[in-house]
Design a protein around this ligand. Structure first.
Ligand code: NAP
Length: 330
């Protein structure tokens, strides 16, 4: 029996998820889609035999939909996830779970009240082979006590509407989740450090440095540079008391000639994390544990909010998380 997935939002990543679910994920089919752009929904849904609905709730309520994938704009996620929880349907929500910590917490509470884990958040780095290797070393005590972490997150370029704030809420939020997951600790404070902006950044603050702190004093330094021009480059290194463990941008096809070496880089997140998205979907369809929970989505949004406060004020901003409700999967 296939898991029949309904997809809400068939734009950039939604269309890719539909294709993966229909063609690459075993035990899955896409039975329904909805997008406010009906032409786009038809173009994405019809080739895979999905019904094209007229509203998001029609997807959620469709008896031919066992589970829902949400890839609509982020400010719609909380409401759509809450509707899935109310319907008792498992939901994989693209990041962010919500655009405010307050609304993300409502999802956590609704899921806890329902009494079973239904919500997963699309922080796909948790499924990336390289990140999982780093996690295995850390969990095995391979570098002793983690002390600090360096992260680099660079995109070749972004559209003109991509703001300094989005660099934090859309890009750095991946490092926020990765740091929480790798270190097994909550972030308690965030500081955005002003950096000289690139003349190619179109007036946005780019690059930016973000300092995240855990309660134990581990400091995570994140460079977000979304107009770096040269390619997509995501790296990290955790420095521990007895060694370090790092993740580099994977590269094959290095050419060595004429006294030099060139190594191709991924163009963007699609090519860099293509396998991670696929593994994320397969794990979700299989019902395997792992992946980011609603709590993880809430905590990431709360830290992103602290980053926004720090960007606005220039000051260090603390993060105060609510107590997890009883029964909330973490
Ligand atoms: P996108 O290309 O703009 O796609 C979003 C689609 O949702 C658009 O077709 C949009 O239509 C449609 N939409 C608008 N209102 C809707 C509604 N009420 N119900 C259903 N669909 C609606 O954006 P995207 O890049 O795919 O991003 C979608 C989400 O995925 C975002 O939250 C983003 O942060 C996340 N994302 C995650 C990753 C990752 O690495 N995990 C990567 C990319 C994106 P209109 O264009 O007509 O408004």
């Amino acid at each position: 029996m296939s898991v029949r997935v309904g997809v809400i939002g068939t734009g950039s990543i939604g269309a890719e998820h539909v294709r993966r679910l229909a063609q690459q994920v075993s035990g899955a089919e896409v039975s329904a889609v909805f997008d406010v752009d009906r032409e786009r929904a038809v173009a994405v849904g019809a080739p895979v035999g999905a019904a094209v609905h007229l509203a998001a709730h029609d997807v959620i309520d469709d008896p031919a939909v066992d589970a829902v994938l949400i890839a609509s704009p982020g400010d719609l996620h909380a409401e759509q996830v809450l509707a899935c929880v109310a319907a008792g349907k498992p939901v994989l929500c693209e990041k962010p779970l919500a655009t405010t910590a307050e609304s993300a917490l409502k999802v956590v509470e609704a899921e806890a009240a329902r009494g079973r884990p239904l919500v997963r958040v699309g922080f796909m780095r948790r499924h990336d082979f390289g990140y999982r290797q780093v996690k295995a070393v850390l969990d095995g005590g391979g570098i002793g006590e983690p002390l600090l972490m360096h992260c680099v997150h660079r995109n070749a370029s972004v559209p003109p509407w991509f703001t300094s704030e989005m660099s934090l809420t859309d890009s750095v939020v991946h490092e926020i989740d990765a740091a929480r997951w790798l270190l097994g600790a909550e972030i308690v404070a965030a500081t955005v450090v002003a950096v000289r902006s690139s003349p190619l950044a179109g007036g946005a603050r780019d690059p930016q440095i973000v300092l995240l702190e855990t309660a134990a004093g581990v400091v995570v330094e994140v460079e977000s540079f979304v107009n770096c021009q040269y390619g997509y480059d995501v790296r990290c290194e955790v420095v521990g008391s007895t060694g370090t463990v790092s993740l580099d941008t994977p590269s094959t096809g290095a050419v060595t000639r004429g006294g030099g070496r060139t190594q191709p880089l991924p163009d963007d997140w699609r090519s860099r994390f293509g396998q991670a998205y696929l593994d994320e979907l397969q794990a979700w369809v299989d019902g395997r544990p792992g992946g980011a929970t609603a709590w993880d989505g809430y905590a990431a949004t709360a830290v992103a909010e602290a980053c926004l406060r720090s960007l606005a004020t220039g000051a260090r901003s603390t993060v105060t998380l609510a107590d997890a409700p009883t029964g909330s999967p973490q």
